[in-house]
Structure formats: structure tokens, C-alpha cells
Write a protein that binds this ligand. Structure first.
Ligand SMILES: Cc1cc2nc3c(=O)[nH]c(=O)nc-3n(C[C@H](O)[C@H](O)[C@H](O)COP(=O)(O)OP(=O)(O)OC[C@H]3O[C@@H](n4cnc5c(N)ncnc54)[C@H](O)[C@@H]3O)c2cc1C
Length: 315
């Protein structure tokens, strides 16, 4: 038996949290791809105050911990994830937390769905988050990924982030713009959980905010984002390629390429969709086929935006 499994059996008795604890939970229930094998241990804490101690307990016992937000940017292996998946999706909610000089700010728990955060800002007449509306995923995942929509990154409006460290301490992180880049955040190199994030906003007209949000949703719907399970763009754009990755893939005839039920979307060549029963292995094989085609034709090495997670022999 792998060491983590026997360890998990022992530490289950020590875990006492509000929320749910499951073993062998299929990750396909928690990813927008609807793909992914079981997590040895699946923890869904319901009380943010319990998260630091839980994180410290797991790490103290040597259990690998994978933080899960909305599962909107990951491809989880068919064999699942060894160790513990810490699902933060029940830690949700926002509150006003104005900054120096009364600057309007809103703070959200990491598991708050991005769209719910935008809607709350709109109800309060606060503008600044509209560009993120209708993007799947959680506030914590969006900060970790430095999510980017309509030429703006979440780092443009980020004021403060509260992180839980492996020892169980909470730390306030004040991220400077120099710490972020295109789809890169300092949290990607940090051994920590994002617990809360606070955003700089401006007073605005709720009707105008609402209109901007609805326009973004309509644009995504028109682009077919929600027709099939997927994880958004599979590869990053790269300025040195001179054109968006999707256009390059389209010009190389990638639309409609298929391995089993994994297919390159016929609406957008930078999106791989699950047509029904796709496996992670099929998605990965399709990714490799596309990457090889681009390399052989253009000499470019595509950089993956979707993250292969878990027990992959070689991703
Ligand atoms: C239809 C569709 C459209 C999309 N459009 C866009 C788009 O326009 N722009 C864009 O940038 N992305 C887009 N995406 C991708 C995805 O929505 C974003 O990357 C989103 O920010 C992922 O958030 P998540 O909560 O789902 O993260 P997850 O997929 O759950 O996790 C992503 C990574 O973040 C880490 N993580 C998550 N939460 C935490 C936390 N609290 N603390 C520490 N680490 C954490 C995870 O461990 C993992 O490594 C799209 C996806 C879909 C399905």
C-alpha cells in the first residue's frame, strides 16, 4: 500500500472539521472537464477558521495536499490524486473592507465563485470586477492563475491576499505589480493556500456594471464556451508567435482533431472539449498531437495553460 494511503487511514481519526470528508472521491465531479479519477482523501472544510490547522495537520503528517478551487483549469489524471485534495469551494462569501483613504474594496473567501464575487460587487455599486464575469472558477484559483480576460488580469485589481502557510500561520501578502506577469502569480511558487483576496474597486453605476457583465457572458456564450465540458484555453498565448495560439492552431487544421471523446473544439482551436466519456489520457494524447503539429510546422513550443494534475506517468 502506498505510504500516503496508510498515513491517511491514521490521520483520518485526527481530523475534526465542519464540512465533509470523503475517501476515493471521483474528481470528475469537481472539474469543468468532467474528467478525473479518485482522490485518496477529499476534504471540504466549511469553516475558514479551521483551514490553517487542517493544512498544518496534513503537512505535518507528510500528506501531499492539492488545493482545489472550481477545477476549471486542471486536467486530473484518470488514476486520480494521491494524498489529500483540499476543496475550498465551500469557503465562500464577501464583505466590504475599504482601504486607506476609504478606497472601496471587497474581500472574498477563496472558494467564492468568481461570478458570485462580480455579482456582489455589482449589488454594492462597485466597479472593477466586470471583466471576470462568467469565467468559471473560484476567486482563489483566479488569483493563483492570475486569470486574464478581455486584456485585463486579476492582478490589476488585487490589493491584498491572505495565505495560510504549511505550519498553520496566516500571513497577509501585499502583492506588487512586479510580482505578476501574463498568467503568472507569485502564489504559483509559494507553498501556501490562498484563503482570502481583497480587490481595489471604484464606485459605479450598478446598471452599467450589470450591462458590462451581461455583455461578457453573452460574448462567452456566443463563442461556445459552455457547450461542452472543457477547461478554457489549453495553451498560453505567446507574443513572440505574432498571433493568438487559437489562430495558429486553426490555420494548421487542428479544429475537430479527435482522440476518443476528446476533441479540439470546432468553435475555438485553443479549447479541447469532452464530448462525453473522454479520459485524461485521451486529452493528453490530443494535446501532444497538437503540440507536435505546431512544433513541426512552425518550430514553436506551446506552453500549457491547463495544468495536468495527479498521478500521470509522464504529462
Ligand atoms: C469555459 C471556460 C472559460 C475560461 N475562460 C478563461 C479566461 O477567459 N481567462 C482565464 O484566465 N481563464 C479562463 N478559464 C480557466 C479558468 O476559469 C481559470 O484559470 C480560473 O481562474 C481557474 O480557477 P479555479 O478556481 O477553477 O482553479 P482550479 O482549476 O481549481 O485550480 C487551478 C490552480 O490553482 C490552484 N488553486 C486554486 N485555488 C487555490 C487556493 N485557494 N490556494 C492555493 N492554490 C489554489 C490549484 O491548486 C491549481 O494549481 C476558463 C475555463 C473555462 C472552463
Amino acid at each position: 500500500m502506498p505510504r500516503t494511503l496508510s498515513t491517511i487511514g491514521k490521520i483520518l481519526e485526527k481530523i475534526n472539521i465542519k464540512g465533509s470528508i470523503r475517501r476515493e472521491e471521483p474528481l470528475s465531479r469537481h472539474t469543468t472537464f468532467r474528467i478525473g479519477g479518485p482522490a485518496d482523501l477529499f476534504l471540504q472544510p466549511a469553516d475558514p477558521d479551521e483551514l490553517p490547522a487542517l493544512f498544518a495537520l496534513l503537512r505535518g503528517e507528510g500528506v501531499p495536499v492539492f488545493p482545489l478551487g472550481g477545477g476549471a483549469n486542471i486536467l486530473v489524471s484518470d488514476r486520480g490524486i494521491r494524498g489529500a485534495v483540499l476543496d475550498l469551494s465551500e469557503l465562500r462569501g464577501g464583505r466590504r473592507a475599504d482601504g486607506p483613504g476609504g478606497e472601496p474594496r471587497l474581500e472574498f473567501l477563496a472558494g467564492t465563485p468568481v461570478s458570485a464575487a462580480c455579482e456582489q460587487a455589482c449589488r454594492l455599486g462597485l466597479s472593477g470586477l466586470e471583466f471576470l464575469y462568467a469565467m468559471p472558477g473560484s476567486v482563489g484559483g483566479a488569483v493563483w492563475m492570475n486569470a486574464r480576460c478581455y486584456s485585463r488580469s486579476i492582478s490589476d485589481v488585487l490589493a491584498e491576499v491572505q495565505v495560510a502557510e504549511p505550519g498553520g500561520d496566516l500571513r497577509l501578502h501585499l502583492p506588487g505589480p512586479e510580482q505578476f506577469d501574463y498568467k503568472l502569480s507569485p502564489y504559483q511558487g509559494m507553498d501556501a493556500l490562498i484563503l482570502r483576496a481583497c480587490f481595489r474597486l471604484q464606485e459605479g453605476d450598478p446598471r452599467a456594471i450589470q450591462a458590462a457583465m451581461q455583455a461578457n457572458r453573452a460574448d462567452r456564450e456566443a463563442k461556445g464556451h459552455f457547450l461542452w465540458p472543457c477547461a478554457g484555453s489549453v495553451w498560453k498565448n505567446n507574443r513572440s508567435f505574432g498571433e493568438p495560439t487559437g489562430r495558429i492552431l486553426d490555420s494548421l487544421g487542428c479544429k475537430g482533431l479527435r482522440v476518443g471523446d476528446a476533441a479540439v473544439s470546432d468553435r475555438h482551436a485553443n479549447i479541447i472539449v469532452n464530448l462525453g466519456q473522454a479520459t485524461a489520457a485521451q486529452v493528453l494524447e490530443l494535446m501532444r498531437i497538437v503540440e507536435t503539429r505546431v512544433f513541426e510546422d512552425r518550430g514553436y513550443r506551446l506552453e500549457r495553460e491547463v495544468l495536468p494534475v495527479g498521478d500521470f506517468p509522464s504529462a
